[in-house]
Write a protein that binds this ligand. Sequence first.
Ligand code: NAD
Ligand code: UD1
Length: 356
Amino acid sequence: MSQLLITGGAGFIGSHTCLVLLQEGHDLIVLDDYSNSSPVALERVVALAGLQASGERSKERLQLIQGDIRDITCLEKVFIDARNAGKPIEAVIHFAGLKAVGESVREPLRYWDVNLTGSRCLLAAMNTHGCRTLVFSSSATLYGYPKDEPIPESAPIQPINPYGHSKAAVEQLLHDLASSAPNQWRIACLRYFNPVGAHPSGKIGEDPLGTPNNLFPFVSQVAVGRRKSLQVFGGDWPTSDGTGVRDYIHVMDLAEGHRAALDCMLAEPAQLLTLNLGSGQGASVLEVVRAFERASGRPVPYDVVARRNGDAAITVADPAMAFQRLGWQTQSGLDEICRDGWAWQSANPTGYSDQE
Ligand code: NAD
Ligand code: UD1
């Protein structure tokens, strides 16, 4: 089993992936500045992985470093300390970044800085220390307004906001790097569709700061009584019920996708592999609302309002390549997603701030 560096490992997708990787037997170093997460998430990951009882051994399995991926001195120290401890970092899973589309429109400099400069600093440190295996968090946002449904990886890259532009730039940088030393870099670029849900225990989940921008956390907060009603952005889309259709993927399926991509990168020859991670199934806003009402037994009142700027009618993955290359496909559907999302939301109505 390997020593891995997980940037942004305290975040929503990172925390669920850390759990899967610990259970798989990997030792982890998490580097996170907690700008959009809480250290409580990783305390709960430690407990879920059954590491607490093992005391010192637990610190060996999961080391936490509070730091910024743009801090070169900090990154250097992470790689050097790991080597000096006799456990050099074999691979990196790079989640750290900013992800709110609206905020990226208002603060493009910050988004380019954290997402692109942060990735460049990380890649430079990896290169210096001879660690050239990477799994990168890319996004379906790269496809902008897609022409084909479902969307294959070969679809044109045409992002429509600064967040998407910064992710596309990192993908380009990864291409350039892989081309510069084709026999050295093992890179998996994973384009996630809509990650939602939570670990079935309800102990870890998504904890957005302030008012959620995305559908699933908003619906959960309406069901739990934190918000009065949902605004449905548009009832006149060219879809079966007029509301927007997306490909929702259970965060535990996504975590398994990272495990599979990492195994593939560690086992196969050097390459750059770009994959969609989605279910291939679309669900409309109203289908999500109804599934959440069934799972929670609570009403989710809504009003249909105007369309949101920048939205597409339908975004659904063609996930065939991930199955072909990794043998990976989603296991959970909308009902399991809502069941587990509700387990998290109902046990933690105000997220990790419930912690004493
Ligand atoms: P998240 O905000 O929950 O996690 C990101 C983590 O990175 C947080 O813990 C945050 O504190 C940390 N971080 C941010 N800037 C940092 C910095 N400069 N240095 C160190 N740590 C930093 O987000 P998430 O939903 O878990 O997303 C993880 C990755 O996946 C992101 O790169 C995101 O762009 C990408 N992604 C997310 C989605 C989604 O819908 N959640 C979809 C597609 C792609
Ligand atoms: C959003 C991001 C996208 C990112 C994706 C990852 C925008 C414009 N796009 O996409 O870049 O890759 O998250 O998860 O933010 N909806 C409502 N009411 C709400 C919230 C959403 O009706 O309060 C609708 C939307 O119009 C859409 C669907 O729900 O049809 C899903 O929205 P959301 O969860 O924000 O995800 P995306 O739009 O796919």
